[in-house]
Design a protein around this ligand. Structure first.
Ligand code: TXA
Ligand code: MG
Length: 320
């Protein structure tokens, strides 16, 4: 079973030996290995049961270091990096040959980000290689936002989980690239796109797998609980399910339903705050998935700010 601790030196030694370590970031926990070591990268795919066509994000500690891995850095993307790194932003940049094919699944661009977590930044600074790190969950399941989530699913397969507490943002990074001078969003995430638009003007959103082979990880069904996850008008769903005697639980934005028990419902943010809702989303989905109900009823949030990224995850969770 993986040890859970705050020992950066231990994490560093394991990574230097080619082993995998779960690392905290502000978005979700990552399953990290030496990005320049194809064997370590292969182990990441195997450990997560992840198909090899789904490329990984390379994590490094500064913009300066990014230059080692990319052949050019378009000005508009650099502006975003300067403003939002360290932070929940991933950039797709033309890669140098030093980046193994396995990291990019053979694509010409490599995904890179500087995560904003003090332990992981210190770890990255102490290493002389970048870390490849997908979210530390089995492929397709809910991303982990706490060390116990990682331990529950990958604990048997990895030696160490670096404990950085609960993730502050709670949604994966926003993935951004550029196509013919137009900024393109490939995954909605923890950085609100209106923040991006303030700096570079209107962006294009291209975040569905069916129409978007460039981000193959954006499968329609993703971030999914094992139980049926039904999205709709909660008041109606709840009264209907009570009539039919269905054993359900409820994931609401802010409402509490007095007609059902407190244990079978979670409000993501009783005050209706989208940042708080994002932070709580994945742990709430997990908790209800682990509980005794047979179905989870949920609702979409306001389609604004981080609500868009949250709704993206809720919709994918509902696809079977
Ligand atoms: O917040 C995050 O981004 C977290 C933390 C650990 O940094 N990582 C994460 O990684 O969410 P992962 O592997 O679960 O999701 C990465 C996404 C995938 O959908 C993948 O398809 C896309 O990034 N991606 C990676 N490299 C790409 C590339 N070269 N071109 C297009 N999409 C890429
Ligand atoms: Mg993932």
């Amino acid at each position: 079973m993986a040890e859970i601790g705050k020992d950066i030196e231990k994490a560093k030694l394991l990574l230097q030996e080619g082993k995998l370590v779960a690392i905290p970031t502000e978005t979700v926990y990552g399953l990290a290995g030496n990005a320049l070591d194809a064997e370590a990268v292969a182990m990441i795919f195997e450990t997560k049961n992840r198909p090899a066509f789904d490329p990984l994000i390379l994590h490094t500690s500064s913009i300066e270091r990014v230059e080692d891995f990319v052949s050019s850095f378009p000005e508009k993307l650099k502006v975003l990096a300067e403003n939002f790194w360290p932070g929940p932003l991933t950039l797709l940049l033309p890669r140098k040959p030093i980046v193994p094919d396995l990291v990019t699944s053979g694509l010409d661009r490599v995904a890179i980000r500087v995560p904003n977590h003090p332990l992981t930044l210190a770890l990255l600074e102490s290493l002389d290689f970048p870390l490849a790190a997908p979210s530390a969950n089995p492929f397709g399941y809910i991303s982990p936002t706490a060390p116990v989530h990682v331990a529950a699913q990958l604990g048997e397969k990895i030696p160490y989980i670096l404990d950085g507490g609960a993730c502050e943002v709670g949604l994966e990074s926003t993935i951004v690239g550029i196509e013919e001078d137009e900024i393109v969003i490939y995954r909605l995430g923890g950085l609100d796109i209106s923040e991006i638009e303030k700096l570079v003007g209107p962006v294009k959103i291209k975040d569905h797998s069916s129409s978007n082979p460039a981000a193959p990880g954006q499968l329609d069904s993703h971030y999914a609980p094992r139980k049926p996850f039904v999205l709709g008008e909660l008041k109606e769903l709840v009264s209907e399910s009570l009539t039919k005697n269905v054993d359900f639980s409820v994931l609401s934005f802010s409402d509490f339903f007095p007609e059902i028990s407190a244990e079978s419902q979670i409000a993501l943010s009783p005050e209706g705050n989208l940042l708080e809702a994002a932070k709580n989303l994945f742990s709430a989905m997990r908790k209800l998935d682990e509980g005794k109900s047979t179905v989870i009823l949920a609702e979409l949030l306001p389609e604004e700010g981080l609500g868009r990224a949250i709704n993206d995850r809720l919709r994918r969770a509902a696809v079977k």
